[in-house]
Ligand binder design. Structure first.
Ligand SMILES: [Zn+2]
Ligand SMILES: [Zn+2]
Length: 207
């Protein structure tokens, strides 16, 4: 399975496209960028985008959600604790940080810990990691770990916004530190990293 990383400018988060060449199926993790830009490399041979997987409900991770949903009819998936962010611009911070009243239709799938999605034969597993928000999740696919704003390269996401909780974050980090594989980490903002490097150098793992 291929991962295509897009790093939009401004406050938009990283956006990732997972693509299974065999089945032609794809998923977008955090649609912060237009599908036209994210899928440019495909030309007119667009993949079948089955899922829009949200790591959490902050506005900067769903800037282009409506356009992706409309174009592909893909299922919007978010943890049930962050589902209210889709319909409340205060909870998503669209209002405060983007000055917009943006809302979306409710999610198609309210996900929870351990839920599994498939692209062809490739498995994507959900790990619930509250702390940055109550419904923050990470997505694990093969050797890839999509950490949203839970874990960043050398840092973690802030815990002072709506639903944030530093104690919960510490519990989530402990859960991540128990993983045995040296995943490549694709975070919601900034550079990629690896689990091994974070366990060694990220000071939040040493508290
Ligand atoms: Zn973010
Ligand atoms: Zn966030």
């Amino acid at each position: 399975m291929k991962v295509i990383k897009n790093c939009p400018s401004g406050f938009a988060s990283n956006s990732y496209v997972l693509f299974d060449e065999l089945s032609g199926q794809a998923a977008v993790i955090d649609p912060s960028i237009s599908w036209q830009t994210a899928l440019k490399g495909f030309g007119s041979d667009l993949p079948q985008v089955k899922y829009i997987l949200l790591t959490h409900g902050h506005f900067d991770h769903m800037l282009c959600l409506a356009e992706w949903r409309e174009r592909f009819g893909a299922a919007v998936c978010i943890h049930k604790e962050d589902a209210p962010c889709l319909t409340d611009p205060k909870k998503s911070y669209f209002l405060k940080f983007a000055g917009k009243n943006t809302t979306f239709d409710p999610p198609d799938v309210n996900i929870s810990e351990g839920e599994v999605f498939y692209l062809g034969d490739n498995k994507i597993t959900v790990m619930h990691t509250p702390g940055h928000t109550r419904g923050s999740v990470c997505y694990i696919a093969g050797d890839y770990f999509f950490s949203g704003d839970t874990l960043l390269c050398g840092d973690i996401g802030r815990c002072d916004l709506y639903g944030g909780d530093f104690q919960e974050m510490q519990n989530s980090l402990a859960k991540i530190s128990n993983l045995t594989r040296n995943y490549t980490i694709y975070p919601g903002h900034g550079e990629n990293t690896t689990l091994k490097a974070e366990l060694k150098y990220n000071r939040y793992f040493c508290l």
